[in-house]
Design a protein around this ligand. Structure first.
Ligand SMILES: [Zn+2]
Length: 187
């Protein structure tokens, strides 16, 4: 067992280390990936007006704002925050399910940075180029899978500037199910 003093000392040490590392664009663990993120440029592309979900008032987008804190595991929420993702402002969101039905959605975010390591397609397939970027299973039931890939390799909509994709982006591509019961709790 660590004494309270030791715990506090480690806490302080981590804070100092994080602060010095921040300037050097730290390597941030994200699911099975390690990423370096340009947090300033990432902030600029959150809730970008060029994106399909920008101020979208469809049922699933409105619902997402109410339920995302409950339907994503705390650890992943924390990691998404660390890489600068604004969960209230996806690039794109679509799916199925209404009323009492279960929801199945795809929700996509973008950050500016690089993949240092992690699951990535290592064999090129002409026909199925997009599918070689494998999803990682975060939760089995209800399912939640996620993948990180360079934006030019993704088939998802991305923030644009003057009709061109912004350079250096990574696509955070998440698919998940949740039950309508999650909504009942909110009412
Ligand atoms: Zn929408």
């Amino acid at each position: 067992m660590r004494t309270l003093f030791e715990v506090y000392f480690i806490f302080l040490l981590e804070r100092v280390t994080n602060r010095t590392m921040k300037k050097r664009r730290p390597t941030i663990p994200f699911a099975s990936w390690k990423l370096t993120i340009d947090l300033d440029r990432t902030k600029e592309i959150q809730g970008h007006k060029s994106t399909p979900a920008f101020e979208c008032k469809c049922d699933l987008c409105m619902e997402w704002k109410l339920v995302h804190r409950e339907v994503i595991p705390a650890k992943l929420l924390n990691q998404l925050a660390r890489i600068g993702v604004d969960l209230n402002a996806p690039t794109d969101l679509y799916g199925s399910g209404a009323g009492l039905e279960d929801r199945t959605i795809r929700v996509v975010f973008h950050v500016v940075g690089k993949i240092i390591s992690g699951p990535i397609g290592n064999s090129y397939d002409d026909q199925f180029e997009y599918d070689i970027f494998k999803y990682e299973e975060i939760r089995k039931n209800p399912p939640l899978i996620i993948r990180v890939l360079p934006e030019p390799k993704s088939n998802a909509s991305a923030p644009t500037s003057m009709n061109r994709p912004i350079p250096g982006m990574l696509c955070i591509d998440m698919r998940l199910d949740y039950s309508a019961g999650k909504l009942e709790n909110r009412k």
